[in-house]
Design a protein around this ligand. Structure first.
Ligand code: ARG
Length: 466
């Protein structure tokens, strides 16, 4: 039994070019612990079903444990002739315990084995990403609370629109990340299904117990169709899609941090520890970290496109094309984890310039809608009120003044119904606080949102800990 595990049918050795072309060991070695844990559960199942003896199983389990420890200590080296992680582990095992190690691969194939490994891997990754999202959400809630009284201009079309609380702005991102976390949780449900026993494609003739393997590995379900189990990768695509949306949200936040730290906005300053300088311009302090967080979205979108393209039009069931799913997924995982980790460190270090934000919040007639709403309360049709206020704004801009600088006489030229009680309407704080509709920027609403968010994080985290 020299050479490859599948050598029996072959006369010639594999061409060395083919060996390196088909090998995946240089990247799938990161699955080693999942591969070994899956194999231990599989072996225990084989013994329980009397397909191998208890004694054989004990030797294999013991050997796998040793292989695991030796890989962890860096004592075993992978090489391309091993092809992939499954064959590498099996080879290490047989080297260690002899021919009995060859019984491990009974009633399974690498086709279902790789699916098991990827599902175990992804399950662990989803927990990690979710835990980081909770940390990020908590950071946002902390910021919202700490800077609760800061008002900034809210924008539409990147033009001043209406004043909003900075806390409201941060809580908007809280909501986005809440849905991102939900998407990952839903993806976890479909990932958390045990495929081992589907074998190459059609199942196995041996009397296995897939439910036993599932229980041993903590899977609540078993795949229901062997062709589907080894042939589809939709759980990986779904995970990458959820990550693409998450990264898109992070890129928007990054973009705002970049804009806000320009001298044109001057709303914030990022800590030196999160900025870099220029090799030629001594005065520069650049927001490279948010720029990279924004730029790294490209990889994750690219990986999604790669996965969709790799799986498109593949006939059932397993095809070797599917080996190409790993590098995009690993890259997405590395990118998302690194980005989340740096983001949760960067946010608490930001300095906010409240005066500048408040000054800007008043510019650009951001209280014009408040004046129109005031007229609506006096009985005017909104369209009419809109027109009247439009004329007042035009008058103010021609005379270089703010709405609140108009005298009562000036107001009355445009509408007789405007009285002295208009002035409280034209203050930033009251303009914010009157927006009490559900989800509005009023302090009362935002306080409530912060409190609910805190409860939500506690509840969600407790589920994650289980
Ligand atoms: N390295 C392979 C993959 O990632 C494992 C399955 C190989 N199966 C096969 N029949 N060649 O998909």
């Amino acid at each position: 039994m020299e050479g490859k595990p599948w050598q029996g049918r072959f006369d010639q050795p594999t061409d060395s070019l083919v060996e390196s072309f088909t090998a995946s060991i240089h990247f799938d070695q990161r699955l080693y612990q999942y591969d070994i844990h899956g194999s231990i559960a599989h072996c225990q199942m084989l013994a329980k079903c009397k397909i191998i003896s208890e004694d054989e199983a004990a030797q294999i389990v013991q050997g796998l444990g040793e292989v695991l420890r030796e890989i962890e200590r860096g004592e075993l080296t992978f090489d391309p002739s091993q092809e992939d992680i499954h064959m590498a582990v099996e080879q290490f095992l047989i080297q260690k315990i002899g021919e009995v190690g060859g019984k491990l691969h009974t009633a399974r194939s690498r086709n279902d084995q790789i699916c098991l490994d990827m599902r175990l891997y992804l399950r662990a990754v989803i927990f990690q990403v979710r835990a980081l999202i909770f940390e990020l959400q908590e950071t946002l809630v902390d910021l919202a609370e700490k800077h609760f009284d800061i008002i900034l201009p809210g924008y539409t079309h990147l033009q001043h629109a209406q004043p909003v609380l900075l806390a409201h702005h941060f809580m908007a991102y809280y909501e986005m990340f809440h849905r991102d976390e939900e998407r990952l949780t839903q993806c976890l449900e479909r990932t958390n299904v045990m495929p081992l026993g589907s074998a190459a494609l059609a199942g196995t003739t041996l009397p296995i117990d897939m439910e036993f393997t599932a229980r041993a590995l903590g899977f609540p379900q078993v795949t229901r169709n062997s062709l589907d189990a080894v042939g589809d990768r939709d759980y990986l695509i779904e995970f990458n899609a959820a990550c693409a949306i998450l990264m898109m949200h992070i890129s928007r936040l990054s973009e705002e941090l970049i804009l806000w730290s320009t001298s044109e906005f001057a709303f914030i300053e990022m800590s030196d520890a999160f900025c870099t300088g220029s090799s030629i311009m001594p005065q520069k302090k650049n927001p490279d970290v948010p720029e990279l967080m924004r730029g790294k979205v490209g990889r994750v979108y690219g990986n999604l496109t790669a996965l969709l393209t790799i799986t498109k039009a593949l006939p059932l069931a397993y095809n070797r094309d599917l080996q190409e799913d790993k590098e995009p997924i690993f890259d997405t995982v590395d990118t998302v984890l690194a980005t989340l980790r740096v983001l949760v460190r960067l946010l608490p270090e930001i300095r906010f310039f409240r005066e500048q934000m408040a000054t800007m919040a008043e510019q650009g007639y951001t209280l014009a809608t408040d004046l129109a709403d005031y007229l609506v309360r006096k009985g005017l049709a909104f369209r009419k009120a809109h027109f009247v206020v439009g004329q007042i704004v035009q008058y103010c801009s021609q005379n270089q003044k703010q709405l609140q600088d108009c005298s009562l006489d000036e107001f009355k030229r445009y509408h007789k119904g405007i009285d002295a009680d208009i002035y409280p309407f034209l203050r930033l704080g009251s303009a914010v606080d009157r927006r009490t509709s559900i989800g509005g920027t009023a302090s009362s609403r935002v306080r409530q949102a912060i409190e609910e968010a805190r409860q939500e994080i506690i509840a969600k985290r407790s589920v994650l800990d289980v």
